[in-house]
Design a protein around this ligand. Structure first.
Ligand code: AGP
Length: 598
């Protein structure tokens, strides 16, 4: 969580570069923001969204030739001015920004307080500038003071620091993302590439333990033993345009509309329509696992539920686990189990912990992720990319759809035996057009006009549509702040039915016309009997539309692909509901895109 940024070598443009960088990292946290500039060691920080800091910067017109910045998602201490980063030592000689959690901060703080230091904030981060300052006081040179301080930290961090009189940015990475952008005679540092992609696409992905010392003359990369390391500079393919809003009111809406492209990219080059085969080259040497355990959080967990259901339907023992539970209560693992982490960012701390727990028990791991070179991609034995492109909106949309396609590709690659996949391949090929037709014709906005002032919203489905029901509810509560719950349709009668009233519309996801669909029709009638309006999200294969009070239609397709289409309708419902309620759709309260703390 939190976004950090730094730049050196941009002279008069420094403030602008830092502020623009923070703007594109806001998805990582928006409780407060701040910058520190050298050589003047000016620190400006403000609680609230970045606009508050922008006002201060506009008013004070600070100058600097290098600097660091931070946008915060609070962990230690509420979002106040004094808890905003950068944090400084008592004399303002050292300023530090940090993303992550310093787990031994309480011990370090006690030690520092015992020497007479008074803390100004409630953050874990503040120990860092004090430790560096103390090291300077005993005569250590700035680089040694920085390294010795980093050596004492436990936990996860991406840290950047400026030290008075050095014209240098010092940075370190351990467990939280940090990338370096290499420009002409200048260097950028950030939690994520969008922060500097308008200036350079040449990137160094730092690994845990790496440290960077950047000056106007160049940069040095070191490992945790302070030995120089050589990490290749890579040129990333996306541009500043990919990370803009392209005329849409919100990133979420833009990303919903990018789904046809995202899905095409995800599927492209991974099938042979004539042969009826699907191949994921990245993993085509993996033998069929005896069992698959998925670990993931939030929306990605819903993709995991879908993936596990699909694999079970193919006869493979598979189960989805919430990553935050998995690491601390690990289920039994047998030899030949594959543990698959589904994570858009590839940086979610809970998912990384679950994957590491599986790795420590000797099984093979695979990351299904959107982020090339992310920690999950690098740490797992295998990585499969969903190729959805950058997703900035906190609410995951195009990446969820792409994860579901990714799960299908994964399942078909992993499960051995000859199957004729031509019908599935055809549906996957048609998927971008099918999504486009929903985007062009959806009645979601009208539906919100009719039901948008309800007391709560429920979502039900069976089989792979359970994942869609849960995701529909998560999206709804996340961006509209309305009460929303998703249930396997058959579970309603075991408790949740007590919540159903004429003021609680129920979205029933009914695709196909198999036994599950038929039983869901029965559940629709049960809620109608309690007076709740029912909205069917359906492909028209069953008579769900006839039973329902309203319908959101999806094109007919393969039964495995239909949930992806149904989900697009529910994304639009949540979007229009949140919009009608005037919510800050791309920055829902208390949330952040990438959750890098456990
Ligand atoms: C949902 O819209 C959220 N963005 C959230 O639930 C997210 O899916 C979760 O935090 C996991 O993130 P990841 O996919 O990057 O691991």
């Amino acid at each position: 969580m939190c976004g950090i940024v730094g730049c050196i070598g941009r002279d008069d443009a420094t403030v602008e570069v830092l502020m623009n960088g923070l703007r594109s990292l806001e998805y990582r946290g928006y409780d407060s923001a701040g910058i520190a500039l050298g050589p003047s060691m000016t620190v400006l920080r403000k609680s609230g969204e970045l606009d508050a800091l922008t006002e201060t910067v506009d008013a004070e017109q600070p100058v600097g030739t290098y600097g660091i910045g931070h946008t915060r998602w609070s962990t230690h201490g509420p979002p106040t001015d004094r808890n905003a980063h950068p944090h400084t030592d008592e004399n303002g000689r050292v300023a530090v920004v940090h993303n992550g959690i310093i787990e031994n901060y309480a011990d370090l703080k006690a030690e520092l307080e015992a020497t007479g230091i008074t803390f100004k904030s409630e953050t874990d981060t503040e120990v860092v500038p004090h430790l560096i300052a103390q090291a300077l006081d005993v005569g250590e040179d700035p680089a040694t003071a920085f390294h010795n301080t980093i050596d004492r930290l436990e936990g996860s961090y991406a840290i950047a620091a400026v030290i008075d009189g050095t014209e240098t940015i010092f940075a370190a990475r351990q467990g939280s993302p940090l990338v370096v952008g290499v420009g002409e005679n200048c260097l950028y540092l950030a939690s994520d590439i969008p922060a500097f992609v308008e200036h350079t696409r040449d990137v160094i992905f730092l690994e845990d333990g790496h440290r960077v010392i950047a000056t106007t003359d160049g940069y040095t990369l070191l490992d945790e033993s302070r030995r120089p390391v050589d990490v290749a500079v890579q040129t990333v393919s996306y541009t500043a345009e990919d990370t803009g809003k392209s005329g849409y009111d919100h990133y979420m809406l833009k990303e919903i509309h990018e789904q046809p492209t995202a899905l095409r990219q995800c599927f492209s080059g991974r099938s042979d329509a004539l042969e009826g085969t699907i191949t994921l080259e990245e993993i085509d040497s993996i033998p069929q696992p005896n069992a698959v355990q998925f670990v993931a959080c939030g929306t990605s967990y819903h993709a995991a539920l879908y993936g596990a259901t699909a694999l079970r339907e193919m006869g493979v023992s598979a189960k989805a686990y919430l990553a935050s539970e998995y690491a601390l209560s690990p289920p039994p693992l047998s030899l030949g189990t594959l543990v698959v982490g589904i994570t858009q960012s590839g940086e979610t701390a809970d998912t990384l912990a679950a994957l590491r727990s599986a790795q420590s028990r000797g099984v093979s791991t695979l990351a299904l992720t959107n982020t090339v070179n992310s920690t999950a991609a690098r740490e797992c034995d295998h990585a499969v990319y969903i190729r959805a492109g950058p997703e900035i909106g906190v609410a995951a949309t195009k990446t969820f759809s792409s994860q579901l396609v990714g799960c299908n590709l994964l399942a078909e690659e992993l499960v051995e035996g000859r199957r004729d996949l031509r019908p599935l391949i055809e549906s996957l090929r048609n998927l971008p057009d099918d999504v486009q037709s929903i985007l062009d014709s959806s009645k979601a906005a009208e539906l919100v006009e009719e039901y948008g002032d309800s007391e709560a919203y429920f979502f039900i489905g069976r089989g792979t549509n359970v994942a869609v029901a849960l995701e529909g509810a998560l999206k709804c509560k996340e961006i509209s702040y309305e009460h929303a719950e998703g249930f396997p349709a058959g579970e309603l009668k075991h408790g949740p039915l007590a919540l159903v009233t004429p003021d609680t519309p129920v979205f029933a996801v009914v695709t196909g016309d198999d036994e599950r669909a038929k039983k869901t029709l029965g559940n629709m009638k049960e809620v109608q009997a309690r007076g709740a309006p029912v909205i069917a999200v359906t492909d028209g294969k069953s008579n769900a539309a006839e039973i329902a009070d309203a319908t959101l239609s999806i094109p007919e397709t393969n039964e495995r692909i239909a949930p992806i289409l149904a989900n697009v309708q529910l994304q639009l419902v949540s979007y229009y509901l949140a919009n009608a309620l005037g919510r800050p759709i791309d920055k829902p309260r208390n949330l952040a895109k990438s959750v890098t703390v456990e």
